[in-house]
Design a protein around this ligand. Structure first.
Ligand code: SF4
Length: 602
């Protein structure tokens, strides 16, 4: 057994005397979700015996997922395991048409039915009849501690007690118990172990024996409940420990393959990641796994053409699994934005992050920046976008850009106005980096249009800067922010840019967004011209600032876009990615829609 036990303790007041049959039993094992995995059950029973457990309880679901349901019965009998019924056992006992697992998604139900059909066909009628007489609950007094065992929850046999439920949601379940709240409530059904004390009840989800718990390890989990029995002077003390158990998962995988169970089920046994029945898993728990959405829920190429997703996204690989990870797909690009600073020589009227010469600079430190780039490489990001404020106002920008562009394709967004004096030499020194591209904003073919929102004199200086960058041989891109003033000037601007070598896909037009300094501009649909954005309608592009991690670069100023903040402080990129996935799933579950892309960069 490897490390990773999870422990919890609860002091109990004396509650009478334990019945004779349990007087000596102060340590019990509780497990559930055996799912026709005799190899794991054997290992768990051995582990429980080694830990001195004097009695074992099974909280139901003896079949499902694995191949050898009938192999479970003799193990339970030999070890004197007391069982209650899971929804699977009720269904198999009655010969129902489906498992009654409680899935609401069509895709989940498809996989559940495949599992159930195999289990029903391969379980002997004698074992099924035994399942049919199992009780729904068990309530024992363990050394003065009142312990209630259920399969799903006190509300229903197929109710999912996830860790992400709130205390109030758990109280609803506790208040549904006949005979009042117990000291300890043991349950299973979700397949993921956890424990928490709510008011005076220790709730323990004992996890599942039959398959790993979506954490990338092949181990399975169960619980040991220990009671220091009450004395005349001291109350009983109860502790729960959740234990991972290593077992012969190769034998289980081979047994599943031998009867032709689908490969995605076997993959879960071999990798520890869930590949089916995902929609029933709440966002917090699902975001911790490797896979997040069903492959057929991803936008089609036709949808992408309409603007949903990430234009340059690589095709989601066809690895034979029905599910995909969100990161690296059109719905969560492998593109990392880093705000190097927020101060800027300009104060454009439409600046989405309210940058200006007076803005709080929020300059990223060089060591933090380098650590972020290293994390980005390790976490599978394929592009870096450095923006601000004006990145070339950062005193260490040369070192930052060099470090980034030596490791990943890097785009620096700049207003191109500061390439004079020392910074002229800085840009020249960076020009040889093969993975570096500059992107700038030009809002019209002349100062009349460009300077309207960006300030007098900015057009001429920007064009000078772009011409210099072109002389250095730097790859250049330009985006125009569409305003009421310049909407008819696109062809003329395109011609101006072509004269300095910026043509085709290197030029794009993007909408004005009602954020930051443009927050008060009337939005489109209300007779205005600005686009209203939110995390509910935008594909996320993870963005890091000195304040934390944000949903998208257009909302990276926490003062004007607090709703886009995903996590505060120097959160690791792996955790920031998980939080993005969690929020994506929460938003998607709200109405089932997929967000559109908003392309800040070309
Ligand atoms: S839009 Fe760009 S150039 Fe204008 S104030 Fe904001 S960061 Fe500076």
């Amino acid at each position: 057994m490897r490390g990773g036990d999870m422990r919890g303790t609860l002091d109990r007041g004396v509650r009478g005397h334990a019945p004779d049959s349990l007087k000596a039993v102060l340590r019990i094992a509780a497990f559930g979700g055996v799912y026709a995995n005799p190899y794991a059950l054997t290992a768990v029973l051995a582990d429980a015996a080694a830990r001195g457990c004097e009695k074992s309880y099974c909280l139901g679901d003896l079949g499902g997922f694995g191949a050898e349901c009938d192999a479970i019965w003799p193990l339970l009998a030999r070890h004197g395991v007391r069982c209650i019924a899971g929804n699977y056992d009720v269904a198999i006992g009655r010969g129902d048409a489906d498992c009654g697992c409680g899935y609401t998604s069509e895709r989940d139900n498809h996989f559940a039915q495949v599992m159930y059909d195999h289990t029903l066909a391969s379980t002997s009628r004698e074992f099924a009849a035994w399942m049919a007489q199992l009780p729904a609950t068990e309530r024992v007094d363990l050394g003065g501690v009142d312990v209630l065992m259920v399969h799903g929850s006190p509300l229903a046999i197929n109710d999912f007690l996830w860790e992400s439920l709130s205390d109030d949601e758990l109280r609803v379940r506790l208040d549904a118990i006949d005979g009042g709240r117990p000291d300890v409530l043991l349950c299973t059904h979700t397949g993921i172990a956890w424990q928490r004390t709510v008011d005076t009840t220790l709730i323990v989800n004992v996890g599942a024996v039959g398959r790993p718990q979506n954490d990338g390890r092949t181990d399975v989990w169960y619980a040991v409940l220990e009671v220091d029995a009450a004395t005349e002077c001291t109350p009983a003390v109860v502790r729960a420990q959740l234990h991972p158990v290593a077992y012969d998962w190769r034998a289980q995988a081979a047994s599943m393959r031998a009867v032709g169970l689908p490969e995605p089920f076997v993959e879960t046994i071999e990798t520890g990641w869930w590949t089916t029945c995902l929609e029933a898993v709440p966002p917090r728990e699902r975001s911790r796994g490797r896979y997040h959405v069903y492959r057929d829920a991803m936008p089609s190429p036709a949808t992408l053409a309409d603007g949903a997703g990430w234009a340059d996204a690589p095709a989601v690989p066809h690895d034979g699994l029905p599910v995909v990870s969100l990161f690296g797909t059109p719905l969560f690009p492998a593109r990392l934005w880093i705000y190097t600073n927020f101060d800027c020589n300009l104060a454009c009227g439409y600046c989405v992050v309210a940058s200006s010469p007076a803005a709080r600079p929020r300059r990223i430190a060089a060591d933090r920046f380098c650590a972020l780039v290293d994390e980005a490489v390790a976490e599978g990001f394929t592009e870096l976008y450095l923006t601000g404020g004006e990145p070339f106002a950062h005193p260490d920008i040369e070192a930052l850009v060099r470090y980034a562009a030596q490791r990943l394709p890097t785009v620096v967004l700049t207003n191109a106005m500061l390439f004079t004096g020392r910074r002229r030499a800085v840009l020249a020194s960076l020009a040889a980096l093969p993975k570096l591209t500059l992107q700038s904003s030009v809002d019209g073919s002349s100062a009349e249009f460009h300077d309207a929102w960006r300030g007098a004199g900015s057009f001429d200086r920007a064009m000078d800067g772009l011409s210099y960058a072109r002389e250095l041989g730097l790859p250049l891109r330009v985006a125009m922010t569409q305003t009421p003033e310049n909407r008819d000037d696109v062809p003329a601007l395109r011609a101006v840019l072509e004269r300095i070598g910026i043509a085709g896909d290197a030029f794009a037009v993007r909408p004005l967004v009602a954020r930051g300094l443009a927050a008060d501009v009337a939005v489109d649909g209300d007779g205005g011209t600005a686009m209203a954005v939110s995390d509910a309608v935008m594909v996320p592009e993870l963005t890091i600032t000195t304040d934390g991690a944000h949903w998208h670069p257009v909302g990276a100023d926490r003062e004007t876009s607090p709703d886009f903040l995903v996590a505060e402080g120097d959160v690791p990129l792996a955790e920031a990615k998980r939080l993005i996935v969690q929020r994506f799933l929460e938003l998607r579950q709200a109405d089932g829609t997929l967000p559109d892309a908003f392309h800040c960069a070309i």
